[in-house]
Design a protein around this ligand. Structure first.
Ligand code: ZN
Length: 170
C-alpha cells in the first residue's frame, strides 16, 4: 500500500519495515530545483521503496518523473525536458558490506539515519539535469550571434588587462 512521503527519511526504520511511499509534489516544493527552471507549478512524481538487504543494509529504490522548462542553449527559447531519474541506493556502514551487494546498487557510506526527503530528492534530480539543455529537433540556431558574443567575451579580458597595464605604467 502506497502512502504519502514523510518529511524526513528514517533509513533503518523504513527499510526494516519495507515501506513504500509515493507522492506527487510540485517543482516549487524543491527550492534548489525551482531556482533553475521556469515551470515551478509542474508536478513531480516520486516513488520510494525501502528494503533491508541481508537483514542489515538499508536500500532505497526510487523513481522520479518530472518535466523541467530550461533555456535551450541553441535557440535560447524554453525547452521542456523530461527527467526520469531512477536510482537504487545501498547505505553502508563500511566498504566491506558493499562486496556482498550486486553491482546495480550505488553505494553510499556513513549516511545519517535520518535526513530530509526534499533534499534527498533534490540531489537525485539535479544530477539528472543536462549540462547543456537543447531541443531534440533542429531548432533555429542563433549560432552566429552566439559566436559574436563568445568573441566579445574572449576579447574583453585582454582589453581589461591592457587597460590595467597601461594604468600601472602611468
Ligand atoms: Zn532550441
Amino acid at each position: 500500500m502506497k502512502q504519502g512521503i514523510p518529511e524526513r527519511i528514517k533509513l533503518f526504520k523504513f527499510a526494516s519495515r519495507s515501506m513504500n511511499f509515493s507522492h506527487i509534489y510540485q517543482v516549487k516544493d524543491f527550492p534548489r530545483i525551482g531556482a533553475l527552471v521556469s515551470n515551478v507549478d509542474a508536478p513531480v512524481n516520486v516513488e520510494l521503496d525501502f528494503s533491508l538487504v541481508d537483514h542489515k543494509i538499508p536500500c532505497i529504490k526510487g523513481k522520479i518523473k518530472l518535466n523541467v522548462a530550461l533555456t535551450c542553449q541553441r535557440c535560447l527559447n524554453d525547452v521542456s525536458i523530461r527527467l526520469q531519474p531512477n536510482f537504487q541506493l545501498a547505505f553502508l556502514q563500511n566498504e566491506q558490506q558493499g562486496e556482498e551487494l550486486d553491482s546495480n546498487f550505488e553505494t553510499i557510506l556513513n549516511a545519517d539515519e535520518e535526513f530530509s526527503t526534499i533534499e534527498f530528492i533534490t540531489d537525485e534530480v539535479l544530477i539528472s539535469i543536462p549540462m547543456i539543455p537543447m531541443h531534440e529537433h533542429e531548432c533555429a540556431s542563433y549560432k552566429e550571434e552566439t559566436q559574436l558574443i563568445e568573441e566579445q567575451k574572449r576579447e574583453n579580458p585582454f582589453a581589461i588587462l591592457k587597460q590595467l597595464k597601461n594604468s600601472t605604467k602611468e
